[in-house]
Design a protein around this ligand. Structure first.
Ligand code: AP5
Ligand code: MG
Length: 214
C-alpha cells in the first residue's frame, strides 16, 4: 500500500498517517520529521533546512530529494509506506513518479485532509510535539496522559519553532501557492480522495480506512 497524505500545515496529516502506518504495518515517512531530527542532530542538512523552515518556507527541492530518494529503497518499504509532507511541489511529485516508474510501481492513494485556514491557525497554537518520535498532541483535543510528556517516549513536549502564528500564516500562503496544485495533479491521475479534516480524529481515520479498503 503506497499512500500520500496531502493537506495544509496542521490539517492532521501526521496524526492520520501514524494511525494508517500502524494499521497496515508500513513505515510513516514524514520529511518534516526527518528534517527536525537532522536539526536536532545539527547535521549539515539540518542546518541548511532550518533556515527555510523557521521562516515557514519550503526547503529547496534538491535538498528534499537528496534526503528522500534513498529512503524508499530501505527494506521496511517493501510492502509500501505512508508519505506525509512529501511531495509538496509539482517537481517533487514528478521526481517521485519517475523513481517509482523505474520499478513499474506507482502511488495508489493521495488522501487530501481538508481544513479551512482559520481552524488551522487555532490548532497550531495548541499543538505540542515530541521531537524524539514525531508524535503530536493538542492541549485541548489530544492530551498526553501526563501533561507536557510524550506517552510513548517520555520526552518533554514542545511548541514547534514554526508554529508561531506569523510563521503559520506564511506556511499557509506557501501551501496554497506551491502545494495545492498537487490536488489537480493527483486528481488527473484518478487517485485523489478528499476527506473533511474538521471532525473527530477517529472519525476522520475511519473515513480514510473506508477509502483504502474500497
Ligand atoms: P511538516 O512537518 O510536514 O509540517 P506541515 O506540513 O506544515 O504539517 P504539520 O506537521 O504542521 O501538520 P500536520 O498536517 O502533520 O498536522 P498534525 O497531525 O500535527 O513540515 C515542516 C517544514 O519542513 C515545512 O514548512 C518545510 O519548511 C519543510 N518541509 C517538509 N517537507 C518538505 C518538502 N517535501 N519539501 C519542502 N520542504 C519541506 O495536527 C496538527 C494539530 O492538530 C495537532 O496538535 C493535532 O493533535 C491536532 N489535530 C489533528 N487532527 C485533529 C482533529 N481532527 N481535530 C482536532 N485537532 C486535531
Ligand atoms: Mg506533520
Amino acid at each position: 500500500m503506497k499512500v500520500i497524505m496531502l493537506g495544509a500545515p496542521g490539517a492532521g496529516k501526521g496524526t492520520q498517517a501514524k494511525k494508517i502506518a500502524a494499521k497496515y504495518n508500513i513505515p510513516h515517512i514524514s520529511t518534516g520529521d526527518i528534517f527536525r531530527e537532522n536539526i536536532k542532530g545539527e547535521t549539515q542538512l539540518g542546518l541548511k533546512a532550518k533556515v527555510y523552515m523557521d521562516q515557514g518556507l519550503l526547503v529547496p527541492d534538491e535538498l528534499v530529494l537528496e534526503l528522500i530518494v534513498d529512503r524508499f529503497k530501505a527494506p521496511d518499504c517493501k510492502d509500501g509506506y505512508v508519505l506525509d509532507g512529501f511531495p509538496r511541489t509539482i517537481p517533487q511529485a514528478k521526481a517521485l513518479d519517475a523513481a517509482l516508474v523505474k520499478n513499474n510501481d506507482r502511488i495508489e492513494f493521495a488522501i487530501d485532509v481538508y481544513v479551512a485556514d482559520e481552524v488551522i491557525i487555532d490548532r497550531m497554537a495548541g499543538r505540542r510535539a515530541c521531537l524524539d518520535c514525531g508524535r503530536t498532541y493538542h492541549v485541548d483535543t489530544l492530551k498526553p496522559k501526563v501533561e507536557g510528556i510524550c506517552d510513548y517516549c517520555n520526552t518533554k513536549l514542545v511548541l514547534r519553532d514554526d508554529d508561531k502564528p506569523e510563521t503559520v500564516k506564511m506556511r499557509l500562503e506557501v501551501y496554497h501557492e506551491q502545494t495545492q496544485p498537487l490536488l489537480d495533479y493527483y486528481k488527473e491521475k484518478g487517485i485523489l480522495y478528499s476527506v473533511d479534516g474538521t471532525g473527530a480524529i477517529d472519525d476522520i481515520y475511519e473515513e480514510i480506512i473506508q477509502v483504502l479498503m474500497a
